[in-house]
Every structure is written in structure tokens, then in C-alpha cells.
Ligand binder design. Structure first.
Ligand code: CUA
Length: 339
């Protein structure tokens, strides 16, 4: 009789555990991982999830079994027999959760500590967040600056994050961690990419009108490719060239996140349509080239009708002069092409 009950309970627990495990496994609840840190976080996630599934299966099996076997009949209003403490049971149900929760805490602490380790020679990347673009600077690569992040595989990278205006948050789902960028302080994040590929960078803190388009891309490449890219980098940043270099400046600085410009295939809608620059210059009463230059370095000098003041960052005035010149040349040329 008692054996039969334990057998039935075990069967029910296995069935419930199986269904719950299927729900945990079949949809991809977490993105595929692409960093050592994300792998460790996944391990903690599954460790806790497995414990939860086992406990859930036991509790639900006992509950359903009680519904099924001990259900009172329609005329049965007698109380059950009184039960007093069971020391052995109480020790077990205190000790088991204590051990489980303590093990989770220890494993989490170990993972947190290891995820923060950068090793002796991490790649350093200074991340600047602003409405609504990301800028990445490599201080070890002559201050090379880009808007598309490139990282070598299997090397710890230490990010230092800053925000120029409001709070943003840096997130690459495949890297498994989020880190706020907060005005006035520098926050840090360590990532060791362990898969080649291209992954999205997402701002995951509501930061204003363009929050949803505040995205970029991280390309994880071999150390060799990374070195090659970094070497060619300053040239590729678009300094001292004609309109082609200017297009690079446009792309590298994330202008297309907010602006529409046919010549760059940009379709952003946060800021004014740059294919209409000549009309705007006319409305502002300025020569086209001067107007473009002014609008980049001092965006609030003239605000197009229907757009709020103060949305475009003022940081582009710190673009190197040769990049700024290329960009202006490119924009002047592209509006001529658009006509
Ligand atoms: Cu930046 Cu949301």
C-alpha cells in the first residue's frame, strides 16, 4: 500500500519534471553565447533551473496526489487526524534548502569574481554613449575611434563606459551582460569573446527619442585580422580624403542612425532628411557648405521646423579637422547627386 503510493508519486513527479524540463529546454530562452562570461552565466542559470525543476516536480506531484487520493466526499465534513511535529522531517526540509541556496550563492560569487578578471594584458576599449550613438576608442591603438566595435577573439577586453548626456546601457545579448553608462562616472565591463561573428550592440536603457535606434554592431575577428584592421584603421577613419572618405566618416560616426541620406543608404528618421540640405540652407539663408559645417559643429544654431532642439549631440565638433572636412565635402557632393 505505502510502496504503491511512493511508486505513484514518483511516476507523477517524473512526468511533471519531464514536462517542465521540456518547457525549459525547447524554446531558446537565452541567446546563444559568444563569450566566456556568458558561458559561465549560462552554467549558473542551468544549475539553478535544474534545482527548481526538481523541487517543482516534487511539490506539484504531492499536491496533485493529495487532490486525487484524499479528496473529501460530498457528505464528509470530518476533520483529518491531528498531526504534531516530526523532528526528522523538519531537519531535512531546513537542511536541504539551506545547502541548495548556499551552493547557488557560492557558485554565483565564483562566477562574478571570474567574470571580472581581465588578466594582465586586456584590450582596452573606451565606450562613449550619447543620444543616440555609440563611440568606441582604442587607447592602445593610437586612439583609433569607430562606431562599429571590432574585437579579437579569446582576448579579455576591458570596457570603460561613459555617458555624455543621460543614462544608457551597453548590451550585447550574446556576451551575456549589461552595463549602464552613467554621466559623471566611469563603469567597467569585461568580455572575452569566444566565437567569431557579428553580433548586435543594443542600448537597453530608455534614453530618449532615438533609444530604439541606438544600436551598433560588434564584429569578433581573429587576432591577426584585428591587428590588420587596427593598422589600417586611422586611414580608414576617413581623414584627409575626398567624398569617399567622407562617406566613411558618415558611416563610422553613426549618422545614419538618425538621418536619411540616399548617397549613404541611410534611412534614419530621428533627425532631418539630409537629402533636403540645399532647401534647408536656403531657409537658413546660408551658403550650403557653411550651413553643413555649422550644423555639424553647432547643431542648435539652426533647427529645422518640426524637430526639437538639443537632440543632435554637440560632440561632432571634436571630430578631427580632416575628417570633418571630408564629411562636409561628402554631404555637399551627395546633395548635388540627389537632385
Ligand atoms: Cu541610449 Cu537607450
Amino acid at each position: 500500500m505505502r510502496r504503491g503510493a511512493i511508486f505513484q508519486l514518483t511516476l507523477m513527479a517524473l512526468a511533471i519534471g519531464g514536462i517542465t524540463a521540456a518547457v525549459a529546454l525547447v524554446p531558446h530562452w537565452l541567446p546563444p553565447t559568444a563569450s566566456e562570461q556568458a558561458d559561465r552565466i549560462d552554467f549558473v542559470f542551468w544549475y539553478v533551473t535544474v534545482i527548481c525543476i526538481v523541487i517543482y516536480a516534487i511539490v506539484i506531484a504531492v499536491l496533485l496526489y493529495a487532490f486525487w487520493k484524499f479528496r473529501a466526499g460530498p457528505d464528509d465534513d470530518a476533520d483529518g487526524p491531528p498531526i504534531h511535529g516530526h523532528t526528522g522531517l523538519e531537519i531535512v526540509w531546513t537542511a536541504v534548502p539551506f545547502l541548495l541556496v548556499t551552493s547557488m550563492a557560492i557558485i554565483s560569487a565564483v562566477v562574478l569574481a571570474r567574470n571580472d578578471k581581465t588578466g594582465s594584458d586586456p584590450l582596452r576599449v573606451d565606450v562613449t554613449a550619447q543620444q543616440f550613438a555609440w563611440t568606441f576608442k582604442y587607447p592602445q591603438e593610437h586612439g583609433l575611434t569607430t562606431n562599429i566595435l571590432r574585437l579579437p577573439i579569446n582576448r579579455p577586453t576591458k570596457f570603460s563606459l561613459q555617458a555624455l548626456d543621460v543614462i544608457h546601457s551597453f548590451w550585447v545579448p550574446e556576451f551575456g551582460q549589461k552595463q549602464d553608462a552613467v554621466p559623471g562616472i566611469t563603469t567597467n565591463l569585461t568580455v572575452t569573446p569566444n566565437k567569431l561573428g557579428t553580433f548586435p550592440i543594443i542600448c537597453t536603457e530608455l534614453c530618449g527619442l532615438g533609444h530604439a535606434v541606438m544600436r551598433s554592431t560588434v564584429i569578433v575577428m581573429s587576432q591577426e585580422d584585428f591587428d590588420k584592421w587596427a593598422k589600417a584603421g586611422n586611414k580608414a577613419a576617413g581623414g584627409g580624403g575626398g567624398t569617399a572618405a567622407g562617406k566613411t566618416v558618415f558611416v563610422n560616426n553613426g549618422c545614419s542612425a538618425c538621418h536619411t541620406l540616399k548617397a549613404a543608404g541611410a534611412t534614419g528618421k530621428v533627425g532631418p532628411d539630409l537629402d533636403k540640405l540645399p532647401q534647408e540652407a536656403q531657409a537658413a539663408g546660408k551658403p550650403l557648405e557653411d550651413f553643413i559645417h555649422e550644423s555639424i559643429v553647432d547643431p542648435n544654431a539652426y533647427i529645422e521646423k518640426g524637430y526639437p532642439k538639443g537632440v543632435m549631440p554637440e560632440t561632432f565638433k571634436s571630430l578631427p579637422k580632416d575628417q570633418l572636412d571630408s564629411l562636409v565635402k561628402f554631404l555637399v557632393a551627395s546633395t548635388k547627386g540627389a537632385k
